[in-house]
Structures are given as C-alpha cells and as structure tokens.
Design a binder for this molecule. Structure first.
Ligand code: GAL
Length: 381
C-alpha cells in the first residue's frame, strides 16, 4: 500500500490540483489551450445542510469542478434517504456524466444506482461507502477506523489507563445507524479500549457496548442530548462518576456536553471526544467543555475526489500511482472497504487530533481564522 507522506497543506480551492480547464479570464498572456469540459456535468449529492461539514464539502466540490470548466448539479437531501434517492434519479435523468455521492443511508441506494449503470454513468462514493451495488467504482474518504482509534487513544492517554488504578466509567455515543461510517468510528474506538474494558479498568455503566445500542438518529445534537440525559438519570444519579463520554462526532458531542451541563451532578470534568472541527465545538474545546475533536480536512477530501473524478471523466483509470501526484497524505487501499459486492478501490486521507493546544493547525489549513481577541476560531470564509 503506497503511502505518500507529504506535508499536509491547505489546498486553496481550484489552485494546484486544477491542471486543466482553468484559465484566468483576465490573463495578459496568450490564451492557454483550454481543455473544454463544458459539455460534461457532475451530479453531486450531499446528505444535508443541517450538519456543518456537508455545506463545506458541497461548496468545495462544486468550486473545484466549476473552476475546471465542468457543469455541476449539487443536491442536498435533508438527511432523508427517500429524498436522496429521488434527487439521484433526477440527476440520472439529467444524463450527468458522473455521480459523486455522500449517502444519507449507504444501504438504500442500490436499486436507484442500477439506472446509472444502465446509462454508463460513473459512480464515486464520497466519505460514506455505498453498499450492495456494483455501481460504485471508487471511494474517497478518511481512514474511518483511525478516527475512532484516535478518540480511544486520547482517552487512554488522558486517563493514563496503563498505570492508573481505575476503574473509570465510560459511555459511548455513536452516529446514525444508517451511516456506514458510524460503525467504523465506534469499532475503531471500542477496539482500541477493549483491553481496559475486559480488565474492568473501564466500565460501561449503562451496559451499552454494541453499536446498535449507542447509535444517534441523524447524528442530531438534540437526540444525543436526550439520550445522554436518560443515561445520566438511569445510571449516574446515584452519585456514580462519569469519567468519559466518547462521542463519534461534534454534533453528538454538542448534545452530550449540554446534557452533562444540565443533568450531571458530578464535580469532575468529563472527557468528551468529537470529530469534524465544527465551530461551536471548537469554542467548547477552548472553554474546556469538550476535550478534543478529530479533524478531517474536507477541502483536501474534495480535492482528492476531484482528481479521481477528473480521471474518470477523461476516460482514464485512477490507480495507486495517483497518490504520488497529490500534495496531501493519501493512502490507496483495496482491502478495507467491502460494500457487500466487492472491495472498493479507496483513497483514504489521514485524520488528526485537535485540542486547545494545537488549534493553530486549523488556522494553517486556511479554512479557519482567530476572532478579534484571538480566543475562538471562526470559519475563514
Ligand atoms: C459521517 C462523517 C462525519 C460525521 C457524520 C455527520 O459520515 O464522516 O464527518 O460528521 O457523518 O455528518
């Protein structure tokens, strides 16, 4: 597995990776030979605008393709799998040349995508794997198990589990059970802490130790808050201490932090994990209400997706060697993601931990900036 270690750089949208079809309209030099892509259209299907990251994904992807001269039809489906199927049926009817899809529910698209296969439309799964279909050619995501492992290792190190006496009480808060990623996030975290759970040093007081028991519908903060309030009432109102709330992402961490603030009677600071670097959660990290987030540079993810899609649109076959041409760390993987029909060729980017001590790394991506007092981060755009 070829891994290119390159400095993680913030890709200014539509810059170094766009090697064709982009010419400055006010260039003084002789007009470069513009590879026309205007006859090609990309259908991009994002799950929702209610979860912060997908707005960024949609925006970055649309700009990458339009800057390269492609037409783009971008849909958001309100986290509704039926609506997303209808949106994708529409994109197929519009004869798009390629479908780039972040599935609301990965196991609900197989029959719809038969229409894409019939028309010879390439299908690329973006961030979330699409299940039970031969239509998917490539998968662009982050190493989803690594996201969970980073959260688990953060808990291990924060509690010094290899040396501390314990026991410590932990609760797992997972994502939507229709999201294939959510299972990887949970298993990555759970497996990284298994030895401590089995030895009794980590205790799951609620007993919820399987993904189906800790899923959060729609990844919603409200649902995470309600679930956590119920857990605290049932298992921690006897004075038991909650030491860790291992949340799979920031939207669930937001709800859990609210529940702990309103309904937890303990005086200790609960370790709360997250993922995505959402603005509200970064404020909570500064204020000590959340301990960390696992950051995934979705601008880089969009840039990698653009490169893979561009090759497909040019009639070429993306291969392992593509990672050598990308200015971010990407692993080409053919053995991790089986969608029920086959192992999907995957390009996996690398997530990393953000705490209050390294927030400047986010500023260096070019996607965040400090507020006036240099205390909190804001979106750069
Ligand atoms: C996951 C995604 C995460 C998380 C969640 C909610 O599939 O990989 O970044 O935020 O959806 O959007």
């Amino acid at each position: 597995m070829k891994k290119v270690i390159a400095a993680l750089s913030s890709l200014v949208i539509g810059s170094s990776l766009v090697s064709c079809g982009s010419s400055s309209s006010n260039s003084e030099s002789a007009p470069e030979t513009k590879v026309s892509n205007t006859d090609k259209t990309i259908g991009i299907a994002m799950p929702t605008q209610n979860l912060e990251r997908w707005n960024n994904d949609g925006e970055y992807l649309k700009k990458q393709f339009e800057d390269a001269g492609y037409n783009v039809i971008l849909t958001y489906s309100d986290n509704d799998a039926t609506k997303q199927n209808n949106d994708i049926v529409g994109l197929i009817a519009d004869d798009v040349d390629l479908l780039l899809i972040a599935a609301v529910e990965g196991d609900k698209l197989a029959s719809t995508l038969e229409g894409a296969v019939e028309k010879g439309i390439s299908v690329v799964a973006y961030d979330r794997l699409i299940m039970d279909t031969d239509a998917v050619t490539y998968y662009i995501s982050f190493d989803n198990s690594a996201v969970g492992k980073l959260q688990g290792n953060f808990v291990r190190d924060s509690l010094d589990l290899d040396n501390a006496e314990g026991p410590f009480n932990i609760e797992f808060i997972g994502g939507d059970d229709g999201d294939n990623n959510a299972k990887y996030f949970f298993s990555g975290a759970y497996d990284s802490l298994l030895e401590y759970i089995e030895s009794g040093k980590l205790v799951i007081k609620s007993g919820r130790d399987e993904f189906e028991k800790i899923a959060t519908k729609d990844w919603s903060s409200e649902n995470a808050k309600n679930n956590m309030e119920a857990t605290l009432k049932a298992h921690y109102s006897d004075g038991s201490q909650l030491d860790v709330a291992l949340c799979s992402n920031d939207s669930t961490a937001l709800g859990v932090a609210q529940a702990i603030e309103s309904s937890y009677s303990g005086s200790n600071k609960v370790i709360i994990t997250g993922q995505d670097g959402d603005i509200e959660n970064l404020r909570n990290i500064v204020d000590g209400k959340q301990s960390m987030t696992v950051y995934k540079n979705v601008n880089d993810e969009a840039a990698v997706a653009f490169e893979v899609c561009r090759k497909l649109l040019d009639g070429e076959v993306p291969a392992a060697s593509l990672v050598d041409t990308l200015p971010v760390e990407v692993t080409y993987d053919t053995g991790s993601y089986n969608n029920g029909k086959k192992y999907i060729q995957s390009y996996l980017l690398t997530p990393y931990v953000i705490t209050k001590d390294n927030l400047q790394l986010l500023v260096e991506t070019g996607l965040y900036k400090w507020d006036g007092e240099k205390k909190y981060l804001e979106a750069a755009k």
